[in-house]
Ligand binder design. Structure first.
Ligand SMILES: [Zn+2]
Ligand SMILES: [Zn+2]
Ligand SMILES: [Zn+2]
Length: 76
């Protein structure tokens, strides 16, 4: 089942955090409406009964980066 990944880079040297654009992570299931492997012949109403119609709960990812954020870097 597909989901969105939200990445928030945390820059340790200045304490700022920057949110990156949401990324969609695709699965390969034929039973997921958003999957690249979902057959184009599978359409509602049967699709709504056999396939996932929603994304999974988004994954949050916040890597700590031992550096200044790009904004602070640009000001130096
Ligand atoms: Zn999927
Ligand atoms: Zn379907
Ligand atoms: Zn900063």
């Amino acid at each position: 089942m597909c989901f969105y990944r939200r990445v928030r880079n945390v820059y340790l040297r200045c304490g700022h955090a920057i949110n990156l654009p949401e990324e969609e992570i695709k699965c390969d299931s034929v039973r997921c409406k958003f999957s690249p492997n979902h057959p184009s012949t599978c359409v509602p109403p049967s699709c709504t009964q056999t396939c996932w119609q929603y994304h999974q709960f988004p994954q949050q990812y916040a890597p700590n980066i031992d550096d200044l954020c790009p904004n602070c870097k640009a000001q130096r």
